[in-house]
Design a binder for this molecule. Structure first.
Ligand SMILES: [Zn+2]
Length: 192
């Protein structure tokens, strides 16, 4: 098993008043390093599917404003739609209780609720992780596919750099296999 994510996104303390919450999109994309806060998918291949989620759903907001940066999460459409208005505590200040509810993805604790198989598939490690896993539908195949595309893309780039330094038929062959895998996963993405 490997860690669910390499780093925890950190929201800056942005207090700028905006008209609508979507005005924060560029700042959120920067703080979340182009990744969905919930599934960690990168937006490189699916930018238009990325949206803004209210961590505490709008219907439960009392003291928090719907434009408050501290309550916003850069999220892929799948996680945003799946999370919907689920908020079992019903209280904007209580994020989870008795292993039900959510952890803010900008908290280190969020990342340790899950882990990944060597194939990139997400699994849960705790009871609360299990609750979030099913509510966010982290079992959907696109998360594994996007993870693999990113891994392969990075490997191809590493190989390219090595090829610039040495001339090895073996590495060229490996690069060709990786490129095939990359294309295969990219095509799979359109089916998910
Ligand atoms: Zn997501």
């Amino acid at each position: 098993m490997i860690p669910f994510r390499k780093e925890t996104p950190k929201r800056r303390d942005i207090k700028t008043a905006v008209t609508i919450y979507s005005d924060h999109r560029d700042e959120l994309k920067k703080d979340y390093k182009c990744r969905c806060g919930y599934c960690n998918d990168i937006d490189l291949w699916r930018t238009v599917w990325f949206e803004i989620d209210h961590f505490v759903p709008q219907k439960y907001l009392k003291t928090i404003k719907d434009t408050d940066y501290s309550n916003l999460v850069y999220a892929c459409r799948s996680c945003n739609n799946s999370k919907w208005a689920h908020w079992p505590t019903g209280n904007e200040l209580i994020h989870n209780l008795n292993d039900e509810g959510f952890i803010d993805p900008c908290n280190d604790d969020y990342g340790v609720q899950f882990e990944r198989g060597l194939d990139g598939k997400i699994t849960y490690k705790t009871k609360l992780g299990k609750w979030m896993f099913y509510k966010l539908k982290l079992h959907k195949p696109q998360h594994e596919v996007i993870w693999n595309i990113e891994e392969t893309y990075n490997l191809i780039n590493e190989c390219k750099e090595i090829l610039n330094k040495i001339d090895s038929p073996e590495i060229k062959n490996r690069l060709l296999i990786l490129y095939g895998k990359y294309v295969e996963y990219t095509l799979k993405l359109s089916e998910t």
